[in-house]
Structure formats: C-alpha cells, structure tokens
Design a protein around this ligand. Structure first.
Ligand code: FPP
Ligand code: ZN
Length: 410
C-alpha cells in the first residue's frame, strides 16, 4: 500500500495549483495548504514501504468517550448546539463500531427531552427556542440510540406543528420562527419528518420547486436562489430531493460535474466551493453526494454506471483523511495545522466510510486504504446515521398514525 500510495502521489505532484506568476491572497493560501499537505504525506513513510496508513481507532474512541461526559471551555460557543454534540459523538462512535452503555444512552435521552420545546422541535439547549438544525441533530441522535425510550422522547404532534410554523408560502422553511431561510432547513425538515412518519400531503407543497430554484449555473446548489454553490447546501438540497422523491427534477449531470470538480487533485480531499481550500468535513458533504447521485442517475436509466466504485477517487480521499486529518492524540480535523473538534471528527469519519464502501446491503464492495482494521461501519447517505438505525426508526414510526393538524387542511 505504501508503494502504491507513493506512485499515486508522485503521479499527482504535477497537479499542484499554478498561479501563472500572478500571486493573489487565494493562490498564496492554496500554496501553503499544498505545502502542509505534502509535508504530512512525506512524514508518512516515504522509503518505509511496510508502513500502512492507520486509523487511530482507540485514540478517537477515547476522545469521543470523554466528550460525552466533559467538554473543555472552548466548547462554550456551542451552547446553542448541544444536540449537535450528542449527534456528532454518537455517530462517530457508531462508525467506529463502539456501542454506548444503557446508562449513557438513557442520560442522553433525558438531556434531549429537556431540549425539546413545548412548541415542538428541539432547541440548542434546555429552555432555548426550537430551531430546525438542533431538531435534526436531536432526532438523528435519538434514532442512533434506537431504544423505545429514545423514540418516545419525540413529541411527533408538536414536531409537526413546529414544522408548519416555519413553513413559508413559497415552499421553503425558515430555520426558526422569524429566522433565515436556506436549503439547510428544507433538509432538516424533510429528514425529521420522514424518519418520524409525520409527512402530510401539504407539508412539502412547493418545496421541490424551491430547492430546484437554488441549483445555479455552476451545477451545484446555493443556500438560496442566486447564491454561490456550496457543498453543505448542495448535500442538503440533493438529500431533501431524494427524501421527497423529486431528485429527477434537478440537473443531475451538471450536479455531478460540479461535485466531482471539487475533489482536489493534489490534496485528495474536497473543497466546499470553487477556488476555496480543502477541508476534511467536505469528505462527507461533497463525497456523500456521490451515492445519492449514483442512485438517482441509475433510476434515470444511466446504465453505464460502475457497479464497484462511486464517481470520485475513493482512495485519494481516504489518504487525505488518514494522513492529513488525524490528530495524534485522537479526533479529526479540517486540514494539517488545525485543531481537532467533534464536528470534523464526525464528518471526516462519515466521509471515510463513504469512500470505503460502495453500494448498500449485500452489494457492498469495500475499498479499504491501509490496514483492514481501518474499516468503518457503513452509513445511510441520506440521513448520515447507520442504515440499520434508519430502517429500525422508520419501521417503528410507521406503526404510528400521521398526526392530524388541528385547524389545517393537511
Ligand atoms: C462556508 O463556510 C459554509 C457555509 C456557507 C455553510 C455550510 C453548510 C453546511 C456545512 C451544511 C450544514 C448542514 C446542516 C444539516 C445544518 P466557510 O466560508 O468558512 O468555508 P469554505 O471556505 O470551505 O467555503
Ligand atoms: Zn470543515
């Protein structure tokens, strides 16, 4: 593997950014990143052919386990994102195949109960106003726990009321009452509503048309109509369309061209938007689009699709994550020189899982860079939790009737 890695690297050393002797702030930053990435690759065993890129599983596990009990002061800025911390840590642990004990699971359920608003949906912490982003994170965290206690935390009637309270006449959603509109909210609403079986005939009226209006000339999707395409928003828009079974409305070929062009030729990881820097978190937001696109193009009758690989360089992405994004004491990060955090740990591992596994269920083709022990559990690319956890939650909530909205013709 180290030899293969060295060959691939040598072949791609010519893929460095060229500034045509006209340096700009952007080109100088890009050169610095390429330099740091090269050092990280060089530090890994050139000339030591027996070395294998290794996922520091035990160190990541210890970092995550500690984060469930204690967070350092630097996390105080995430006081309005506490359900996210639960989700990022629980999902990272499930990717590593590390179960959580019953007591911890129950404590998280009780904490998320305190984050749930009497108005429906979840806030960023106890007593905070409900917001679609922590609502998405809380529902995902509870589905990962997957116990009766976890499912029963979610007040589905109130959740539906909250979703209607942020629905706009043009089909979009605000993130919270009187808040901003962007395509993240569409995905969060579609994700929680589909997992918990509360979709009514009117809840997503006009929504696919609104998402479609966010796909721009670049081929990717912007936060709102007319905005620059970005991986975070493109994932949200595409995944929402998949949930609403309207992905065929998008220009899938243009989307494919845009996302595949975001994989960096030298670094191997993805950038979030054109002319910006590589970042480990886009290993999920961008590479996670490829399974969604593969399925959508397959349904669209594109029979020339590979049956063993996604349409990106899976090995190069794994090399970037394993060699440039691991903190030596546990946790993962954006790029060499940056600090670790739970967000990047979650999305680097999620992207690593996408890059390791092709297909789903029985059709799984693994492409594992490095030691076999690097293998992570697969994810469901729409919800970014384990596929079995999605199936179990859907089965559970399908047994319950879709709530009826009072005074509404849903
Ligand atoms: C740009 O940051 C980042 C954004 C414009 C938003 C990103 C959106 C997501 C990651 C999706 C969130 C999803 C949910 C479900 C809430 P930047 O300018 O610092 O980074 P860049 O230079 O890499 O573009
Ligand atoms: Zn990032």
């Amino acid at each position: 593997m180290a030899n293969a890695l060295r060959c691939w690297r040598q072949e791609h050393s010519k893929e460095r950014m060229k500034d045509d002797n006209l340096p700009t702030v952007t080109s100088v930053e890009q050169k610095t990143v390429e330099q740091n990435v090269e050092e990280a690759y060089d530090a890994f065993g050139i000339g030591q052919s027996m070395l294998q890129p290794t996922l520091q599983r035990e160190k990541h596990f210890q970092y995550l386990k500690k984060g469930l009990r204690h967070l350092s002061e630097s996390y105080s800025c995430l006081d309005a994102s506490r359900p996210w911390l639960c989700y990022w840590i629980l999902h990272s642990l499930e990717l590593l195949g590390e179960p959580i004990d019953d007591c911890t699971a129950s404590n998280i359920c009780q904490f998320l109960t305190r984050c749930q608003s009497p108005k429906g949906g979840f806030g960023g912490g106890p007593g905070q106003e409900p917001h679609l982003a922590p609502t998405y994170a809380a529902v995902n965290a509870l589905c990962i726990i997957g116990t009766e206690e976890a499912y029963s935390v979610i007040n589905r009637e109130k959740l539906l009321e909250f979703l209607y309270s942020v629905k706009q006449p043009n089909g979009s959603f605000t993130m919270h009452v009187s808040g901003e509109v962007d395509v993240r909210s569409t995905y969060c609403a579609a994700s929680v509503a589909s997992l918990t079986n509360i979709i009514t005939p009117t809840l997503f009226e006009g929504t696919p048309e609104w998402v479609l209006s966010c796909q721009n000339w670049e081929g990717g999707i912007g936060g709102v109509p007319g905005m620059e395409a970005h991986g975070g928003y493109t994932f949200c828009g595409m995944a929402a369309m998949v949930i609403l079974k309207k992905e065929w409305m998008l220009d899938l070929k243009a989307l494919l061209r845009w996302v595949t062009s975001r994989q960096m030729r030298f670094e191997g990881g993805f950038q979030g938007r054109c002319n910006k820097l590589v970042d480990g978190c886009y290993s999920f937001w961008q590479a996670g689009l490829l399974p969604l696109l593969h399925r959508a193009l397959h349904m669209d009758g594109k029979n020339s699709l590979s049956m063993t690989h996604w349409m990106f360089h899976q090995e190069a992405l794994q090399e970037y994550i394993l060699l440039c994004c691991q903190n030596s004491t546990g946790g993962l990060l954006d790029k060499p020189g940056k600090s670790r955090d739970f967000y990047h740990t979650c999305y680097c591992l999620s992207g690593l899982s996408v890059a390791q596994h092709f297909g789903g269920g029985d059709l799984l083709h693994d492409v594992i860079v490095g030691d076999k022990n690097n293998r992570l559990e697969p994810i469901h690319p729409v919800y970014n939790i384990g596929p079995k956890k999605v199936a179990q939650a859907v089965m559970h909530f399908l047994k319950l009737p879709v709530p009826q909205m009072k005074n509404s013709s849903n």
